[in-house]
Design a protein around this ligand. Structure first.
Ligand code: ATP
Length: 197
């Protein structure tokens, strides 16, 4: 039975950077953002439900989802956001489970990794053979987030504090990658993890 590991971490913790290193080391990567896009592609049950619920104006001329309009609608309206996630969340969960089951039915030497930013918040732990959290100390997280997204300190701190803390994610994980150091140190962290999986 092939193994598949969940991978998570806070905003700007280094998920994308770690996934690139894992892929360079032969791992096969999946991520929840791709699945979220897949379940609302043209012709899917997801997109049909969204059009039925929000109206045909939510579609572009080519029949695809007008993402800009959708995010404007849900951005500051919790009820609309709930209406959307009530449609998409079960479809995303169903697809993730299908991929995980499919991998469990394989028997190869590949290490499969599934990145889910809200893995703990959405209770996905039990789907995976183990869960890996990326941890970064709070000052480094703040500095990286401000730099990458060109944010002032107050806005970046607000974004960080709206999420589950890194310490909490670290506590809940089976394996932890510490990304508080430089990129060379991160590569060593990832190689050590791969030996332990
Ligand atoms: P998000 O989920 O918020 O999109 P993320 O968890 O995928 O973020 P990354 O985009 O990988 O995080 O990293 C955040 C920023 O920090 C990026 O600009 C990245 O280049 C930088 N970064 C990540 N790890 C390191 C490191 N070890 N040393 C220096 N910079 C790093």
């Amino acid at each position: 039975m092939s193994k598949i590991y969940g991978l998570t971490g806070g905003i700007a913790s280094g998920k994308t950077t770690v996934l690139d290193i894992l892929a360079d080391n032969g791992c096969k990567i999946f991520n929840a953002d791709d699945i979220a896009r897949e379940v609302v592609e043209v012709g899917t049950v997801g997109l049909n439900k969204i059009a039925a619920s929000f109206g045909k104006n939510i579609l572009l001329a080519d029949g695809s989802l007008d993402r800009k309009k959708m995010s404007q609608i849900v951005f500051s309206d919790k009820l609309q956001l709930k209406k959307l996630t009530d449609i998409t969340a079960p479809l995303i969960r169903q697809r993730i489970l299908q991929i995980v089951e499919n991998i469990h039915s394989l028997d190869d030497k590949v290490i499969y990794i599934f990145e889910i930013p809200l893995l703990f918040e959405s209770d996905y732990q039990s789907y995976f053979d183990a869960v890996i959290s990326i941890y970064v100390d709070s000052n480094t997280q703040l500095t990286r987030l401000m730099k990458r997204n060109n944010l002032d300190e107050q806005t970046a701190k607000k974004q960080i504090s709206s999420q589950m803390s890194m310490l909490e994610k670290k506590k809940l994980a089976d394996f932890v990658i510490d990304n508080s150091g430089n990129l060379d140190e991160l590569k060593i962290e990832v190689k050590t993890l791969l030996k332990n999986l």
